[in-house]
Ligand binder design. Structure first.
Ligand code: ATP
Length: 457
């Protein structure tokens, strides 16, 4: 058996994604590249408007032409649409540069001549989840989404981890799909398409699986024009109606099998909390659960094993148990990533993006030029601490220091709790209609302390 690729993550943040891309100043032209083969591949994602009926290929060529004409510095974030291009103006919702963070951190900035842009054009599905109701109309054993889905738009960017985790997951899945596409003989080189994310509750594992599926559906849409995500509700399979469970599993896998048979389909199967399968099996063996449950678990595992051999399936699993999970197919997961609680840097970044959103929507106002206010990210905050130039900069710095202190007070809270904190703080304000950011941050600190004490209880 091959050794799985272990990734341990403590969640410091990715690089800032909110920086606007700008033209390189003409006064300091960068030297031309010595060797053009050294170019860095950078993904450029182009989201079409829901109303667009343009051909993907036409848009791709138009965006490539646009990028050739511009002397961009490549930093993650949006690029303005060219006003003089009616095709793009009419059809494109937004253009985003993605995943430069790793490169940018090491090498400061990517200039246009160092980059070979890879343009991905996509349109979001607005269909929403298609739920499968079981016979009694109560339980659904799975949800199905057509990807890329509107519901998952922006999810990838909102998840903040140690720089590198998201990239490594993306690269792993991309390599697995490439090996499959090129027909690499699995007897000579072995790999599989099973991902296991494990770690404490609320660290974003489920969201990361969904966001990864969404990303891959965009990146691989020229090979797989159709893409689905099937989210298996493991709990519902172990309902008290065990007699129904066998049927639910059969029904589920028949549906997945049909999707997989279509070779232009890329199918993601997400099984949350896989440990519930192991627990059900154990309980059944010890006699404390109906023996039906063991049949259901075994049926599920057999089906998963069968499915694994299909080239166009990626199985995504999550678990809240960090210790080894006693399930055969999970043992074979090639990528096992530990997703831990957010570090100080990640906590600051999560709270900063929350605050920035409250400023954008006008809930926090009343200070500086809040319309254009950009709160510095963790790395640039460290640089700015020693040199606040103006009164305005000093006020901003004070605010960020307060934010940092709140992030420090949030040690031990999960990403899920952190994302809720600003809402809870707002609800606790004595006057929510006049929201002074300094006062707001004080309330947020108090709220964090309450959350913390609840955690200890
Ligand atoms: N590292 C993070 N960065 C940003 N947001 C996060 C992070 N971790 C968690 N969150 C927030 O918490 C929410 C809940 O996460 P999710 O349900 O995916 O976690 P989970 O690990 O699967 O939890 P559980 O095991 O309890 O189901 C996410 O939608 C996201 O808003």
């Amino acid at each position: 058996m091959s050794t799985p690729m272990e990734i341990s993550v403590n969640n410091p943040p990715d690089a800032d994604v909110s920086v606007q891309n700008g033209d390189v100043p003409h006064s300091a032209p960068p030297p031309p590249p010595a060797v053009s083969d050294d170019k860095v591949l950078v993904s450029v994602e182009v989201c079409l408007k829901p109303s667009s009926t343009a051909r993907v290929e036409d848009i791709r060529l138009a965006v490539e032409r646009m990028l050739e004409k511009r002397s961009l510095s490549y930093i993650d974030g949006p690029i303005a649409l060219p006003l003089d291009d009616p095709l793009l103006q009419e059809n494109v919702q937004r253009i985003h540069i993605c995943d430069t963070d790793e490169w940018v951190q090491n090498h400061d900035v990517l200039l246009f001549w160092q980059v070979k842009p890879v343009v991905h054009v996509f349109q979001l599905s607005e269909e929403g989840p298609c739920e499968d109701l079981s016979a009694d109309g109560q339980l659904s054993s799975f949800n199905e989404w057509i990807l890329p889905a509107k519901e998952f738009d922006g999810m990838w960017e909102s998840l903040i981890y140690e720089s590198g985790l998201k990239q490594r997951l993306l690269r792993y899945a991309a390599s697995a799909l490439l090996f499959t596409e090129k027909g690499v003989n699995p007897f000579l080189v072995s790999w599989n398409r099973i991902v296991l994310l494990h770690g404490p509750p609320g660290t974003g594992k489920t969201s990361l699986c969904k966001a990864l599926a969404q990303k891959l559906s965009i990146r691989f849409n020229s090979r797989y024009p159709q893409c689905q995500l099937v989210e298996v509700n493991a709990h519902s399979l172990f309902s008290k109606w065990f007699s129904e469970s066998g049927k639910l599993v059969a029904n589920l896998f028949q549906k997945v099998q049909e999707m997989v048979e279509e070779e232009n389909n890329l199918v993601f199967v997400l099984i949350d909390e896989v440990e519930s399968l192991a627990a059900a099996r154990k309980a059944a063996l010890s006699g404390s659960e109906p023996s039906d449950s063991i049949r259901v678990v075994n049926a599920l595992l057999t089906q998963m094993d069968k499915l694994k051999s299909a080239p166009n399936v990626i199985i995504l699993t999550t678990s809240n148990i960090t210790a080894a999970i006693d399930i055969a197919f999970i043992d074979r997961a090639d990528i096992k990533a530990y997703v831990g609680p957010p570090t100080l840097q990640a906590r600051y970044e999560i709270l900063r993006t929350c605050l920035q959103e409250l400023i954008r929507t006008g809930i926090l106002s009343n200070f500086l030029d809040s319309n254009h206010l950009m709160l510095p990210n963790y790395c640039s905050l460290k640089e700015q601490v020693n040199m606040p130039e103006s009164q305005e900069a000093r006020t901003l710095l004070h605010l960020c220091k307060q934010l940092l202190a709140t992030a420090e007070a949030c040690e031990g809270l999960s990403g899920r709790t952190l994302r809720k904190l600003p809402f809870l703080a707002h609800a606790a304000l004595s006057n929510p209609y006049s929201c002074d950011p300094t006062k707001f941050l004080c309330t947020m600190m108090d709220t964090a302390k309450v959350q913390h004490s609840e955690l200890l209880d």
